[in-house]
Design a protein around this ligand. Structure first.
Ligand SMILES: O=P(O)(O)OC[C@H]1O[C@H](OP(=O)(O)OP(=O)(O)O)[C@H](O)[C@@H]1O
Ligand SMILES: Nc1ncnc2[nH]cnc12
Length: 206
């Protein structure tokens, strides 16, 4: 498998424990700045929805760097040292961090798009989300059987979008290592729908 490698060689060497705790401290400090940047908009895009806006993170290069570094630190520590072959980003906000995270990790980036946007034969999956029904697509063959895949997006609400992405990856024979989000709307219990470990960087609406 291209790009697959193990990272736990560091576990064999003296000093690993202190390296581990220093990355935990780095992660904790990065999260404080990221959390403070988020904005909320009541009743968008429809009444009753409290919309979480992550765009201020990308407006500030230091916060943008903090975000990508935080996600990289998580991936290097999690998944038993397995590195992903592919980062899959969900349209549209998963495209904001997916490609730069993939580049950091030496992984491929593959998009999941809304129906009708991708050329050529596609895999299609319908899904329900917090405010409606939609269809996602991936190009056939975008994931090779056995490739290790991580799905990224900004927010998990009902979990419908991430579930649909996971389904298409499963149909193509991918090995789902996990799902990563900036924020979780915990009260919607979206993570219960997902078939692989879920990591959210920041705590969200409980
Ligand atoms: O867990 P769920 O209930 O599926 O909701 C989460 C999804 O909803 C939002 O995207 P949206 O579909 O609004 O599209 P956009 O990113 O293109 O604006 C968000 O960026 C996630 O992709
Ligand atoms: N409350 C919310 N804020 C931002 N994006 C969302 N996607 C689904 N629910 C959302």
């Amino acid at each position: 498998m291209s790009n697959s490698s193990t990272l736990d060689a560091s576990a064999q060497v003296p000093g690993y424990a202190s390296a581990h705790s220093s990355s935990a401290a780095e992660l904790a400090s990065l999260k404080i700045g990221l959390r403070a940047a988020l904005r909320q908009f009541p009743d968008f895009p429809s009444p009753g929805i409290l919309f979480e806006d992550i765009l201020p993170i990308f407006a500030d290069p230091a916060l943008h760097e903090s975000l990508i570094r935080s996600l990289e630190l998580h991936i290097l520590e999690a998944y038993g040292g397995q590195k992903p072959d592919v980062i899959v980003g969900l349209e549209a906000r998963g495209f904001l961090m997916g490609p730069s995270l993939a580049l950091r990790l030496g992984a491929s980036f593959v998009p999941v798009r809304k129906q009708g946007k991708l050329p050529g034969p596609c895999v299609t999956q319908s899904y329900q989300k917090e405010y409606g029904e939609d269809y996602f697509q991936m190009q056939e063959g975008a994931i090779k059987p056995g490739q290790k895949v991580i799905v990224v997006d900004d927010i998990i609400a009902t979990g419908g979008s991430a579930w649909a992405g996971g389904e298409m990856i499963r149909k193509m024979g991918g090995d789902l290592l996990g799902f990563i989000f900036i924020l979780e709307l915990e009260f919607l219990k979206g993570r219960d729908k997902l078939p692989a470990p879920v990591y959210t960087l920041l705590s969200g609406q409980a």
